[in-house]
Write a protein that binds this ligand. Structure first.
Ligand code: G6Q
Length: 555
């Protein structure tokens, strides 16, 4: 493995970035009427316009050269071929097999995986049809009206985001709820809002050992048995999604009601597996298979398109360009699509848990910056909040803007207004407003000379701020599948160039370990904690609040 800064293309990119530092995108647009044609491409129903970036043909050629030097082609073959590329966990990375609608003969550890994948999909079809058709009924004989998914992290964010995104496809009379947090408020509020006799709980946990999920699942199980007055009701109201049949059985769910997946599916890459069961229940198996098909179309594009015309590769390399050559610390995602309201949260896990690493695959300290802080909110809401910083702040924040040509819920001209705002924002970020332009505007408004001089600096927009626009016809299951696969592969490409393992997540372990050591000090099993002074002080303060309320605790 090679320190990425030692690649020849890296040095060339450093030199090139110095030349590009003062280049203005507005000039590049003025010089070349074909810039949109040159720097846009289509794949799997998605149009990517990346012309509003600080790039020239030379930039792209250097960046794709970097990808080649970093061995991207070989890394792709290794991933799609089922090699154990997740080296620290000794696992293959085959979420692409879950949506393999073609004839790839995918193997993991020398064993074909497709027969098992197809079998689980078939079981999901039988089960979801039984629920949706009212054949599967609750303990009083009522059909299922509410589905509650209990899971966290990868067993929550994917199904929650996708289920919400596909709300126009939900079966009437079915509702979905997601409980992830160990904060009891979420479970208590959910249980107050659903009827026991017609609620189906899905306990989703790859390991079936996750503390939050098991605590919540036990609460739900106890509540259901109390409501039904009969243990036997559990069989009609609980199903599990897991790789761990023993633990599912030990919890008290019959493994006949368990949907399996495999260790080669990472948690944050698992929405394509049975972890997508809430999606399949709400939108039906045909739509779920369309979702898989969209992702497969993006996989095919990623595997076969030359790097220069490869959407995940281009998005990844543009990210690296700003992170490593312009010092960008964050990356924003703005869906101008209310159905994608949870996309930024989903991508936050996908990107930051995958590429928030500071050692290479060989355990050496990385020599460059890696994954960005990912954040975002739906447009147009963000425009009335934090966009000020994007336009006039001191930081460079590359951003993706997402929008559909068709609304799923057209109303008057509102969708057109939404789109106009989306396009106006990327245009404003690119163009900015020069001092002479701002001055002319103020003069035209008839402002006095003194007032003009005082106000002018505040009215200038530096511009030259990069963005990508991802445009699609409408947010149907197929498009959504392609969109998520696009980001998955973008993250993989970046991880490959940085030579980090994008598929482990050791960084989440320490906090979990320490929580186990602190819990007894809070539950009262132990008093007189011996942690650091801050932790001890906070524990004591909790006890003081609980014993005396806030007035006495203040004193
Ligand atoms: C994802 C992570 C993590 C995981 C959760 C839930 O890639 O591994 O977010 O999904 O910790 O784990 P379980 O599914 O095992 O409960």
């Amino acid at each position: 493995m090679t320190d990425c800064t030692r690649h020849k293309a890296w040095g060339a990119l450093q030199a090139h970035s110095r030349q590009m530092r003062d280049v203005q995108m507005r000039d590049l647009f003025a010089q070349d009427e074909q810039r949109f044609e040159q720097f846009s491409l289509r794949a799997a129903g998605i149009l990517l316009d990346y012309s509003k970036n600080r790039i020239t043909a030379e930039t792209l050629s250097l960046l794709t050269g970097l990808a080649r030097e970093a061995g991207l082609g070989e890394a792709m073959q290794a991933m799609f071929g089922g090699d154990r590329i997740n080296v620290t966990e000794g696992r293959a990375v085959l979420h692409t097999a879950l949506r393999n609608r073609g004839d790839w003969a995918v193997q993991a550890d020398g064993k074909p995986v497709m027969p098992d994948v197809l079998l689980v999909l078939e079981r999901m079809r039988t089960f979801t049809e039984a629920v949706r058709d009212g054949v599967w009924r609750g303990f009083t004989g009522q059909r299922i009206t509410d589905v509650v998914n209990i899971g966290i992290g990868g067993s929550d964010l994917g199904p929650a985001m996708v289920t919400q995104a596909l709300q126009p496809y939900w079966q009437p009379g079915l509702r979905a709820h997601f409980v992830s947090n160990v904060d009891p408020s979420q479970m208590v509020e959910t249980l107050m809002s659903v009827p026991a006799e017609s609620t189906l709980f899905i306990v989703a946990s790859k390991t079936f050992t996750t503390a939050e999920t098991l605590l919540n699942a036990h609460v739900a199980r106890r509540w259901l048995v109390e409501q039904a007055g009969d243990e036997a009701a559990v069989a009609k109201h609980f199903v599990a999604v897991s790789t761990n049949a023993d633990k599912v059985r030990a919890f008290g769910i019959d493994t006949a009601n368990m949907f399996g997946f495999w260790d080669w599916v990472g948690g944050r890459y698992s929405v394509w597996s049975a972890v997508g069961l809430p999606v399949a229940l709400l939108v039906g198996m045909n739509a779920f298979e369309q979702f898989l098909a969209g992702a497969h179309a993006m996989d095919e594009h990623f595997r076969t398109a030359p790097f220069e015309r490869n959407m995940p590769v281009i998005l990844a390399l543009l990210g690296i360009w700003y992170i490593d050559f312009f010092g960008a610390q964050s990356h924003a995602v703005f869906p101008y699509d209310q159905y994608l309201a949870r996309l930024p949260a989903y991508l936050q896990q996908l990107d930051m848990e995958s590429n928030g690493k500071s050692v290479t695959r060989d355990g050496e300290r990385v020599a460059c910056d890696t994954g960005p802080v990912l954040w975002g909110e739906p447009g147009t809401n963000g425009q009335h909040a934090f966009y000020q910083l994007l336009h006039q702040g001191t930081r460079l924040v590359p951003a993706d803007f997402l929008a559909a040509a068709h609304s799923q819920r057209p109303l008057d001209q509102q969708h057109e207004v939404l789109l106009a705002n989306c396009f106006a924002q990327t245009r404003a970020l690119m163009l900015g407003k020069r001092p002479d332009e701002a001055e002319a505007e103020l003069r035209a408004a008839g402002m006095s000379e003194d007032a003009l001089r005082a106000l002018l600096p505040h009215k200038v927009f530096p511009g030259n701020r990069p963005s990508n626009t991802l445009l699609y016809d409408r947010l149907d299951p197929r498009t959504l599948g392609a969109l998520i696969a696009l980001y998955e592969h973008k993250i993989f490409v970046q991880g490959t160039v940085w030579d980090i393992n994008s598929f482990d997540q050791w960084g989440v372990e320490l906090g979990k370990q320490l929580a186990l050591g602190i819990a007894p000090d809070l539950t009262g099993e132990r008093r007189g904690a011996h942690h650091d002074a801050s932790t001890n002080g906070l524990i004591d303060a909790v006890h003081a609040f609980r014993e005396h309320g806030s007035d006495e605790a203040d004193a």
